[in-house]
Design a binder for this molecule. Structure first.
Ligand code: NAP
Length: 244
């Protein structure tokens, strides 16, 4: 990152991959706007402050467009800009297709895809005025490979690729880059929910023979958010230990 302090807004930053992305971007010199469903972000805020990062936090549901617009106005009001948006918030509600309830389908689409639409549209106005910005969405290996029991989740993660490629073409002339990171299986609460047999099966498919760590994803996001990636847009960076 360059000399000027950047402002990074990260969704779902309270734990897992989002939390480590916040810490990594702070280490690279950014101020951070944390958003999460869970309001208990005090410990993370003080860690970020120790890294020299100014930190704002918001309890926002990414499926609530009004709350998002209010939050984005507050961030722009206090910081004057938004340089980096990381669309990280995401959920799973797994079930085999034959058993999947309409609510499980809709909820996952609402958080993982509609949420990205709402917040990106809200932030884009500011980035267009600035004529600069980096938008990075967290997709998934299963959006490419498919995964039984995850037709809802993998549909949203594949959709983020179309979202990324189309938006990159729309806003490139304004100096805004749009990319995605597609993690493999990363050691967080989301994958700790898998049973031992499922975890062993996954490990068998990973040439590097380990689950990824949130830091592996945070490093990829940090790169795409940096000036080193200024000429990269509309791409997906796969971070999966070689499994896809
Ligand atoms: P996680 O530990 O379950 O954390 C998800 C975060 O998203 C939590 O902070 C959660 O908030 C937040 N969130 C959920 N619903 C939300 C909503 N409606 N509005 C705002 N925030 C919401 O998951 P993770 O493993 O870190 O995953 C982060 C991202 O990486 C997700 O998009 C996921 O799909 C993707 N990913 C993960 C893996 C993996 O192996 N872990 C692999 C590929 C892709 P609360 O804490 O308040 O619930």
């Amino acid at each position: 990152m360059g000399q000027e302090k950047k402002l990074a807004l990260i969704t779902g930053a309270g734990r897992g991959i989002g939390k480590v992305i916040a810490l990594q971007l702070a280490k690279s010199g950014a101020d951070i706007a944390l958003t999460d469903l869970n309001p208990e972000l005090e410990d993370l805020k003080s860690e970020l402050n120790k890294l020299g990062s100014q930190c704002l936090d918001f309890q926002v549901d990414v499926t609530d467009p009004e709350a998002i617009d209010k939050m984005v106005s507050e961030v722009v009001g206090s910081q004057g800009r938004i340089d980096i948006l990381v669309n990280n918030a995401g959920i799973t509600q797994d079930n085999l297709m034959m058993r999947m309830k309409a609510e499980q389908w809709s909820k996952v689409i609402d958080v993982n895809l509609n949420g990205v639409f709402h917040i990106t549209r809200a932030v884009l106005k500011t980035m267009m005025k600035q004529r600069s910005g980096k938008i990075i969405s967290i997709s998934s290996v299963v959006g490419f490979s498919g995964n039984p029991g995850q037709v809802n989740y993998s549909s949203t993660k594949a959709a983020l690729v179309g979202f990324t490629k189309s938006l990159a073409r729309e806003v490139g002339s304004r100096g805004i880059t749009v990319n995605a990171v597609a993690p493999g299986f990363i050691d967080t609460a989301m994958t700790q929910a898998l049973n031992e047999t499922q975890q062993e099966e996954i490990l068998r498919q990973i040439p590097l023979k380990r689950m990824g760590m949130p830091e592996d994803i945070a490093h990829a996001v940090d790169f795409l958010a940096s000036e080193k990636a200024d000429y990269i847009t509309g791409t997906v960076l796969h971070v999966n230990g070689g499994m896809y």
